[in-house]
Ligand binder design. Structure first.
Ligand code: FES
Length: 105
């Protein structure tokens, strides 16, 4: 079962369990982590933008081109940014650490 650490903009950490097949956005919502996700995963916004810790980022499949395009609209995009609605957990993922940005667009 993947272990996810969500880090709030103020630095506080929330360690939660995810399940294979769930997206990061779904895990966040089921644990009351404050990620907006305005388009409900339709990849029509960037309000589910998260910054994945570098080591965790390498364990994920690369983002598709559509996700890259939407990430270009995200406020404060970094090299390890992802859309939480597009990261699906699998059994291959032991743990992930992601920071929720202070601002989103
Ligand atoms: Fe809109 Fe992820 S919820 S792009």
């Amino acid at each position: 079962m993947p272990k996810i650490t969500f880090i709030d903009p103020d630095g506080s950490c929330h360690d939660v369990d995810g399940s294979a097949g769930e997206t990061l956005l779904e895990v966040a919502r089921s644990h009351q982590i404050d990620i907006e996700g305005a388009c409900e995963g339709a990849m029509a916004c960037s309000t589910c933008h998260v910054v994945v810790e570098r080591k965790s980022f390498k364990s994920l499949p690369n983002p598709e081109e559509d996700e890259e395009d939407m990430l270009d609209l995200a406020f404060g995009r970094t090299r390890t940014s992802r859309l939480a609605c597009q990261v699906t957990l699998s059994e291959d993922i032991d743990k992930l650490s992601v920071t929720v940005p202070e601002q989103f667009r």
